[in-house]
Design a protein around this ligand. Structure first.
Ligand code: HEC
Ligand code: HEC
Length: 313
């Protein structure tokens, strides 16, 4: 009766089988035991001998028949169910239902059904596809499944996870750049203080003040002058002499007061001391190019909508 299945050790097969069938048997015996006796007639009343509030008594009447029958029906249902479907150890059930096989079949069916639609969308350039509400809606559903844990259900991100709606990009906001970010992933590399030759807390403080001055914030002027020298020798390689960043490296624009890791003096000092290594995982391998194309369409649409909204203000 038992087939080799989930449980390698037959002990667990029997453990579950005996426990399950024993449970049903125990219910049956309990019901039989409790339903003995006859319904009292007339004034004859059996009580359990408990009285509350002077006259509230607990009677000892047998269970009503309809109620008992419900119990019997449940037990019979349980036994039939366990014979037909898996439930007793690794016994497969007479119907040989297998949820893993069912699931795989459903996934295959769905892929076969949707593949032509995905392929059709894939042939359309992203900028154009972003105007097609049905495509954007499908992209959104994919986004909510695969991306919202990190970028948030509204796409606005969180500390360390970029906002995808603000049209401010680490790696570029063209449809192609967005598609590559999703397809291949991105590994950012902001070196730590040692690698950047920031040799003292004073160095870190000075250059942090300079960074803040780039976005027009009030800072310590003396520190800024010192920090500027360091910036010009170390940071420009990636962040560009004007501090506006380099998309090819994912080095952010430091002048726009939009921060991935926080824009307080403390947060910036922490970035400079320890470095930052933001990682966007590659999704092309397991989602395939057609789904990534729709995801890129959705993300591109998010950012474009934002541009119109900002422009309207
Ligand atoms: C090798 C290239 C490289 C160098 C050199 C470099 N950075 Fe960066 N920097 C990056 C990258 C890439 C990121 C983005 C890190 C991430 O996304 O995890 C970054 C992030 C930052 C951030 C965080 C911005 C935010 O939005 O939170 C600050 C601030 C910063 N860099 C300042 C500096 C300063 C100041 C220097 C010079 C001392 C410097 N960087 C040198 C590549 C570099
Ligand atoms: C495990 C967390 C995680 C998941 C899941 C994830 N991302 Fe990201 N993503 C990141 C991080 C972190 C970055 C920033 C990398 C860096 O610091 O440069 C990023 C960057 C990006 C960028 C580049 C943003 C820019 O400013 O250039 C895009 C576009 C993007 N993600 C889209 C997506 C989409 C679409 C999905 C779903 C298919 C997704 N991400 C899933 C963590 C994630």
């Amino acid at each position: 009766m038992f087939q080799p299945g989930v449980f390698v050790n037959p002990f667990w097969d029997w453990f579950i089988t005996i426990g399950t069938l024993g449970g049903i048997l125990a219910c049956y015996l309990l019901v039989i035991w409790q339903s003995g006796g006859h319904r009292p007639s007339g004034d004859e009343v059996k009580t359990m001998g408990h009285v509350w509030d002077d006259n509230l008594e607990e009677l000892n009447n047998p269970l009503p028949m309809w109620w008992l029958n419900m119990f019997y029906i449940t037990m019979i249902f349980g036994v039939i169910y366990l014979a037909l479907y898996p439930g007793l150890g690794s016994y497969a059930g007479m119907l040989k239902e297998d949820q893993l096989v069912e699931y795989a079949k459903e996934v295959d069916d769905a892929s076969a059904r949707f593949a032509p639609m995905f392929e059709q969308y894939r042939a359309v350039p992203i900028a154009e596809l972003a105007k097609n509400p049905a495509a954007v809606e499908t992209g959104k559903r994919l986004y909510l499944t695969y991306c919202n844990v990190c970028h948030g259900s509204d796409g606005k991100g969180a500390k360390g996870f970029p906002n995808l709606t603000d049209n401010d990009w680490l790696w570029g906001g063209t449809p192609e750049a967005i598609e590559i970010s999703i397809m291949k992933g991105r590994n950012a590399m902001m070196p730590n203080a040692k690698t950047n030759r920031l040799n003292s807390d004073a160095d870190i403080n000075n250059v942090a003040n300079y960074v803040l001055s780039l976005s027009g914030q009030k800072v310590d002027d003396k520190a800024v002058a010192e920090g500027q020298k360091i910036f010009a020798s170390v940071c420009v390689a990636c962040h560009n002499p004007k501090g506006t960043g380099t998309a090819a490296m994912g080095a952010p624009n430091l002048t726009d007061n939009i921060w991935l890791y926080g824009g307080s003096l403390e947060a910036i000092k922490q970035t400079l001391a320890n470095g930052r290594q933001g990682q966007m995982p590659a999704h092309g391998g397991f989602l395939g190019a057609a789904k990534v194309h729709l995801l890129a369409t959705y993300v591109y649409n998010l950012s474009q909508n934002n541009v119109t909204k900002t422009a309207a203000k």
